[in-house]
Design a protein around this ligand. Structure first.
Ligand code: RIB
Length: 317
């Protein structure tokens, strides 16, 4: 089955640093790279690399970044029929990665703000053929609301990654999504509850479930990931072991792989295991999309690290 990703594209401007400069200070960085990013597109590319047919609904600018990005979708066999192009600058994201692989990200939405509810209606027929809508918050909020309404109208499950966190998103809207995938900070903002410990995360996730959401998957960074569902599903995984070089986009790799697995008919618990491993593999390389491996590479890595996760069924290998 195919999936639709309604979301952002950014060109990532990644600077590798030893530390952040203080005000008024100039420091020399270690290295710099330009890469393809944006939460929506990262998730789309991860799923596509693993073999999912992806329809991308996004908006690029008419600058060099926009043109190059279109080519990036084509190179990854992503359907670009609903990639709109507007006059102006494309989305960019200056990113700073330190030697402990921690990152800080600034996003400049640019053309991403140009994706409208009307654009979604134009894509509605194609979206109605998909098994899942994958959505984040790097586009105009009215378009996010329209995407959720469209999914509900078409009867297609919506997977919402409420990132970056915004107070515009409330519980009632999130509860209209079948899958809500926040990190601890996003869960805290959404529920107004603390999320520092596992007990607190469980209470906060339960608030989302009580509001009507079917599945809550909380990504906990180095503490792993937790899936809780309205019908009693409860799987808590530790972080899959891997040597981290650059963690940028690991959450998106997780969501892309999870979406791929769901579209291949796996259940949530199975999808969670594979997505946890795929996110770990992504942190072993630099960059965002650049660090996403294809099905064959993922499978080979799993064997190399001695994992017995069965991949042939989901990756057609
Ligand atoms: O999640 C990582 C992504 O956040 C980066 O690719 C950057 O573009 C921002 O959207």
């Amino acid at each position: 089955m195919s999936i639709a990703v309604i979301g952002s594209n950014n060109t990532d401007l990644i600077t590798y640093i030893t530390r952040m400069p203080v005000e008024g200070e100039t420091i020399e960085a270690l290295d710099f790279e330009i890469g393809f990013g944006g939460k929506g597109s990262n998730q789309a590319i991860a799923a596509a690399k693993l073999g999912t047919k992806v329809t991308m609904v996004t908006c690029v600018g008419d600058d060099a970044f926009g043109e190059t990005y279109l080519q990036n979708y084509r190179n990854n066999d992503i359907d670009t029929s609903f990639v709109k192009q507007v006059h102006g600058t494309s989305g960019v994201a200056p990113i700073f990665v330190d030697q402990e692989s921690h990152n800080s990200i600034i996003i400049v939405k640019g053309a991403n703000k140009g994706l409208t509810p009307e654009d979604l209606e134009e894509a509605a027929d194609a979206i109605s053929e998909c098994s899942l809508i994958v959505l984040q918050l790097e586009i105009a909020f009215e378009t996010v609301k329209a995407a959720i309404a469209l999914g509900n109208r078409l009867g297609i499950p919506v997977l919402l990654n409420p990132a970056p966190a915004t107070k515009e998103l409330d519980l009632a809207l999130a509860a209209k999504c079948q899958y809500v995938m926040p990190n601890e900070t996003e869960l805290e903002l959404l529920t107004g509850l603390p999320t520092s410990t596992d007990d607190e995360v469980r209470v906060a996730a339960q608030v989302l479930l009580d509001a009507g959401c079917t599945n809550v998957i909380v990504t906990l960074g180095s503490r792993g990931v937790w899936w809780l569902s309205a019908d009693g599903g409860d799987v808590r995984l530790e972080q899959f072991p891997a040597k981290a070089i650059d963690t940028t986009g690991a959450g998106d790799a997780f969501i892309g792989c999870f979406s791929h697995c769901l579209s291949e008919g796996l259940n949530e618990a199975e999808a969670l295991e594979l997505a946890n491993a795929y996110a770990a593999l992504s942190v072993t390389g630099r960059g965002t999309q650049k660090s996403y491996r294809d099905a064959q590479e993922f499978s080979a890595w799993l064997s190399e690290v001695g994992s017995n996760l069965a991949t042939s069924r989901v990756f057609g290998l």
